[in-house]
Design a protein. Structure first.
Length: 562
């Protein structure tokens, strides 16, 4: 048995994981990154539009915080939002000092573009490849600090002994042998779960693993019913067209050529928050003013020079994937499953209610996004709370006494799971892709933008059915080296669990708030529902739902208009 030993194990090498690892290392901890992908292939690298911070002279952190709270439909914890907005400018300056080449204004300052739901242009960017550029810079720092990176190691579960996290189990994909990775603290930074939907804007690896693994080990998931639909994704592929296109002045048009957002958000038009724009688009489509189930994103009036400078990546994507050159033609877009507001419940230092477990980035719920995240706030979340989790984990491990070596017995459960799956080759069971496909379609249809009891009831029944069928899932590849078939089964098991928590949370929440719109309960109901949903996994795998108060500091809930 291979045993690795470090102080802090960071699972995931996207922006949140690498930022956390850097800070834990700077604070003296022996840190290792464990990641199923090469760090540079993390989904953070797909982020296009930008990262928010109140840098402008007329802007203020209070204004950023207020926009975030309003955008969250008042479900965000305001103490966390204050930290988030206040620390943002310092983090941007630090990213710049590390070497991030932010796009500039004529006079050499960091340029900022307007984004949805924001009172000021406060989204910093590098053309429309912001995530890719920052990921490179942060990875350089990881290399510079000599942080150990276990890449293409797939984490399967957390090791918990006496109520404390002791490490993880991971499979080096090159050998297929499970390894014990001992750590005094674990920081989950495994990103989003978009792949429980089909299609989605998310990369193939965004399967919610860290949420599922933590949930399985006893850590609660918070506000899982809130899934963000991004207003502009391409129809079949689900590939994202950045909000930067609207930030730079792009229009949304219906089949009649109307800029319909004026009807729904007379002050902000296309730059209302994402839940508002996606609902408006879907309403236009449902009422017969769509084109092929889409609306049009039109940037022609910006001119070729600006499009080539600021939006070149999406121009190329639209040409490659839909044969549309946005310089000459509008492109068809529709709302696409994009971002999980919910995740592993943490405090403002990333600590989960399970000693030794921390979480940051999209897999965590601090909560700064509440029921609807603003564009540009997620990259910021990875940096601010990744950094804070790194500091907190390094401090935590200093006060944890050394423990005995973890025994091989820790591997037994995962080994058994693998052996059982290996024995299914050639059996009559179902292939994971079949179950996964049905889950993705069901989530899109029943847990989409508009929800209602009947569909949610049938979604719940479907999840239970799919979980039953998963018991009979069939593995075909029994090899050891890079067994992607085996990984897809691990991923699917976790996805069914998190999808279950999402559906149950949505069924219980009888109100409309942010991204959660109930046709049968169309109003926000602060009296009954201004609270977080906290899901804990029961023995039988179903979620137990409890509720927690929302922390309020400065901002009382108001009617939300844009
Ligand atoms: C197309 C797209 C564009 C976006 N644009 C923007 C934007 O412009 N601005 C903005 O603010 N937000 C944007 N977002 C959202 C934002 O990019 C993400 O929320 C954020 O980057 C997530 O970062 P992360 O570090 O939490 O996770 P990720 O970057 O997804 O990294 C996850 C890491 O976890 C690892 N991992 C996962 N499971 C396992 C496992 N079982 N074992 C080991 N390792 C594992 C992976 O290898 C990976 O390294 C966008 C998202 C998408 C999909």
């Amino acid at each position: 048995m291979t045993v690795f030993q470090h102080d802090v194990l960071v699972i995931g090498a996207g922006l949140a994981g690498m930022r956390a690892a850097i800070e834990a290392a700077r604070n003296g901890a022996d840190v290792a990154l464990v990641t199923k992908l090469h760090p540079m292939r993390s989904h953070s690298g797909a982020a296009q539009g930008g990262i928010n911070a109140a840098l402008g002279e007329e802007d203020s952190w209070e204004s950023h915080a207020f926009d975030t709270v309003k955008g969250s439909d008042y479900l965000a914890d305001q103490d966390a939002v204050e930290i988030f907005a206040r620390e943002a400018p310092g983090d941007i300056i630090e990213l710049e000092r590390m070497g991030t080449s932010f796009s500039r204004t004529e006079d050499g300052k960091i340029a900022q573009r307007p984004f949805g739901g924001a009172g000021f242009p406060r989204t910093c960017f590098i053309a429309d490849i912001t995530g890719q550029a920052i990921l490179h810079v942060v990875y350089e720092q990881v290399l510079k600090l000599g942080i150990t990176v276990y890449q293409e190691y797939f984490c399967t579960s957390l090791i918990v002994e006496d109520g404390e996290v002791r490490g993880v189990i991971a499979m080096p994909m090159i050998t297929g042998d499970l390894a014990v990775m001992q750590g005094k603290a674990v920081i989950m930074a495994t990103g989003g779960l978009g792949r429980v939907y089909a299609p989605t804007t998310n990369a193939i690896a965004c399967t919610g693993d860290g949420m599922a693994i933590s949930y399985m080990a006893g850590a609660p998931l918070q506000d899982m019913e809130f899934m963000q639909f991004h207003p502009t994704s391409l129809k079949d592929s689900g590939v994202l067209m950045t909000e930067g296109a609207r930030g730079e002045g792009g229009y949304l048009l219906n089949s009649e050529g109307d800029r319909f957002m004026g009807k729904y958000a007379p002050n902000k038009f296309e730059l209302a928050s994402r839940d508002v724009v996606s609902r408006a688009e879907q309403t236009e489509i449902n009422e017969g003013r769509g084109i092929d189930g889409c609306v049009l994103l039109d940037v022609r009036h910006l001119g070729e020079e600006k499009i080539s400078e600021r939006l070149w990546q999406i121009r190329e994507l639209a040409i490659d994937l839909t044969n549309t050159d946005m310089v000459h033609e509008p492109v068809k877009v529709r709302p696409g499953a994009h971002y999980a507001m919910g995740g592993i419940k943490t405090d403002v230092d990333g600590a989960a209610p399970l000693p030794g477990l921390f979480a940051a980035g999209e897999c965590a719920n601090v909560s700064v996004h509440g029921s609807n995240r603003l564009g540009g706030n997620s990259l910021l979340d990875t940096i601010v709370f990744g950094r804070r989790a790194g500091v907190a984990a390094a401090a935590y491990v200093k006060q944890v006494a050394s423990k005995s070596q973890i025994s091989e017995a820790a591997l037994a459960e995962d080994q058994n799971r693998i052996q059982q799956w290996m024995a299914t080759k050639g059996s009559g069971g179902e292939r994971p892709a079949v179950i996964r496909g049905e889950m993705g379609r069901m989530m899109r249809e029943d847990l989409g933008i508009f929800r209602a009891r009947e569909k949610l009831d049938s979604a719940l029944a479907k999840i239970v059915e799919l979980k039953g069928r998963f018991e009979n899932v069939r593995l075909e590849d029994t090899g050891k080296v890079f067994n992607l078939d085996l990984l897809s089964i691990f991923e699917l098991g976790g996805m069914l669990d998190v999808a279950h928590a999402m559906v149950a949370g949505a069924l219980a929440r009888e109100e409309s708030r942010g991204a959660h719109t109930r046709l049968d309960f169309p109003e926000r109901n602060d009296e009954k529902w201004l609270k977080h949903t906290v899901a804990s996994r029961k023995e039988d795998g179903s979620p137990q739902l409890d509720y927690a108060d929302v922390t309020m500091t400065k901002w009382e809930p108001e009617v939300r208009t844009y």
